[in-house]
Structure formats: C-alpha cells, structure tokens
Design a protein around this ligand. Sequence first.
Ligand code: FAD
Ligand code: EPU
Length: 332
Amino acid sequence: MYPLQTLHTFGFPVHAANVQLVTSLQDIQQNWQEIKRQHHYILGEGSNTVFLENFLGSIYKIAIKGISLRETDQDFILKVGAGENWHQLVEWCLSQGIAGFENLALIPGTVGAAPIQNIGAYGVEVEQFITSIEYLCLASGTIKTIAHADCEFAYRDSVFKQALAGQIVIGYVTFRLCKNWVANANYAELRELPKPTAQDIFNKVVQVRQLKLPDPRKVGNAGSFFKNPIIDKALFEYLQQRYPSLPSYPIDSQKVKVPAAWFIDTLGFKGRSVGGVQCHVSQPLVLTNNGMGNGDELLRLARQIKQAVKEHFLIELENEVQLVSNTGLIRV
Ligand code: FAD
Ligand code: EPU
C-alpha cells in the first residue's frame, strides 16, 4: 500500500494499492487497456482532491514537464507540460515579460489540472488563454488534440468534468497570451490599484490570498469546498426580499451567481467542527483538516452544511472538490 497523505493537500492518512509516476503520455499509452479496466485516478498535486478512504486501484501522478515558447507579432504561444506547477508558470511568465496570468497567481496545483475545472480567481478564468489541449484518450488509446471551442468551458466546469470525465489524461496545454496586455483589475480588492502593472496585480493577488485562505502546507484544505451557486432570477428575487444584504453577481438576464460563503456564514457554521474537520473561521467556504480528521467527518460536516443551506435558502450546493472513495468519485 502507498501512502496518499502527502499526495493531496487535505492530508488524510489513507493509502492506495498502487501509485505510479507518469513522465510522458506514451508511458501511460502503453498500458491504456489495463488502466481502463481497473479503478484508477489521475492525480496532479492533489489540491482539488480529497482521498476520503483507502483507494483500491492505481493512482497515476502526472509529472509531464516542459515549457516551449514561440512568438507571433501579436502573441506569445506557450505549450506547457501537464505536470508543471501552475504558480511557478505564472512567476516564470512574468519574469519573461509575459503578462496575463497574474490574476491567477498562487492557485495551487498543476497546469494539467487547470483546464479540468477551468481555474478562476479575481475576475479571470484560465480558459481565456487556452487554445488547445493534447491528451490521451482512454477510450481509444490514442493521443488527441482538442480545441478550445470543444472544451465546453464554464464556471468551474469543462467537457473534462462532463462527457470526457474519467476518460482522458492531459499531457500538454497550449496557451496564447496577447502581447498587447490590458490590466484586468475590476474585481474586489484589485480596484484599489491605480494604473497597475502585471506585477502589481500579481503582488496584490498574492497578498489578498495569503490573508484570506489557509495555507495547505500548514492546514489541510482543498480551497473552496463548494461551488458558488448560479440560481434563477426568480429565486434570487425571493431571497433578496428576505435577505436584503445577500450579495450577487449577475450572469445574464435569467441567472445570478450568489456566494456560498455568505449562506454558510449566515447560518453560523464558521468555526464549527466535526471531529478534526472544521469550517474555516475566516473563509467558511473552505473546510480544513486539523491533522486528526478523516473522510467520514468531512462528509458529515459537508452534509450538515448542504442540508442547512437547502432548508433555509432552497439552494442545492454542489461540491467543487473531487471526493474520492475507495473506488472513485462520489458527491457529498
Ligand atoms: P488534482 O487535485 O490533482 O486534480 C484535480 C482534478 O483534475 C481531478 O479530477 C483529477 O483527476 C484531474 N486531473 C489532474 N491532472 C490531470 C491530468 N493531467 N489529466 C487529466 N485529469 C487530470 N481553484 C480555483 O479555480 N481558483 C482558486 O482560487 C483556487 N484556490 C485554491 C486555494 C487553495 C488553498 C487550494 C488548496 C485549492 C484552490 N483551488 C482553486 C483548487 C485547485 O488549486 C485547482 O483545482 C487546481 O487546478 C488543482 O490542481 P491539482 O494539480 O492539485 O489537481
Ligand atoms: N463572504 C461572507 N462571509 C465570509 C466570507 C465571504 O459572507 O466570511 C461572502 C462575501 O459577500 C464575499 C463573498 O462571500 O464578498 C465572496 O467571498 P470571496 O471573495 O472570499 O470569494 P469566494 O466566492 O468565497 C471565489 C472562488 C475562489 C477564488 C475567489 C477569488 C469559488 C467556489 N471560489 O471564492 O476560488 O479564489 O472567489 O476570486 O468560486 C477555489 O476554487 O478553491 C477558490 C479558492
């Protein structure tokens, strides 16, 4: 049995039957039929994954490296290995004078996982830069390329979490960053910055994130546990009448995004624990492991929150993190 405690940021002391390091798509292509037959899980740095209990199959930890850069008159084109660290890529780009990723600074994890849930923060989503993705298709054993238009990117969602879920191993992501950079500083704390450079935005995002979010190297967590719900306007208007302070972000004429943290906070969950798992005291959308928690306690606390939000606000929260049971993904 292989320990998984240091392979996911929630840090539960569970094990897997097998863990293999993958340094190229060809590594995994050789055995694709065998992999498909068994319980398996494709892993980056485990910062959006919680292993709730011992895993009965094989974990494939993606360590495909490499950054290649070319330029056109207007753009920088980067092809990056799935196993590269996301934040290091953001820093490297800035050091090369390539701007664009700065709003996404300090998001943990790998480049290969970034398109899966279309990572986003501070008014930017990674899909804005993705042009194509090279992956191994576990249905056919062939290496394919998918264009941005076919990735069905949405808020914390993509085709890789829907029709292609569990069927692909991403090897490379290709990004286009425009040389004619324009600051994206309309979101929350970034508005304070007068005429910011990309480095100013990077610094501010890092500062705010370090203040708000627990550092997974010190306290086990996987970032936001639930997605921010997108609800119908009619339900939003009903809730707004009863709770005039409810914040909101319009999506279109029919839909409104509302912050899950506000509902969880309003229901008094901040600081509440089940065993060693706690609803974080300053950012209640984050659940944490004090080092002694386990998967059962996490599910109990998450279900309490989900049920209370449903009862009081008629909203069904959906987990954002990938919860892995002994054979594969489950929902709260
Ligand atoms: P993992 O947890 O290892 O995997 C995540 C999913 O991707 C799994 O389904 C896995 O099977 C799949 N996967 C991973 N690599 C591959 C691959 N090469 N091919 C196919 N499938 C693959 N997310 C945000 O969007 N915005 C934030 O602001 C943010 N803040 C965070 C803050 C903290 C403190 C933490 C702990 C997490 C935060 N997250 C945030 C979540 C997390 O950082 C992202 O989801 C990140 O992309 C996960 O990368 P990973 O390599 O750790 O993925
Ligand atoms: N809020 C409260 N009480 C609190 C904290 C927040 O009521 O204690 C309310 C406030 O109204 C606040 C709102 O919630 O304005 C939003 O809070 P915050 O700005 O902290 O962001 P979030 O919606 O909780 C989202 C992402 C984060 C991302 C930040 C910044 C999701 C699920 N989460 O969090 O992503 O970093 O915005 O853009 O969309 C992640 O995905 O893991 C993650 C951390």
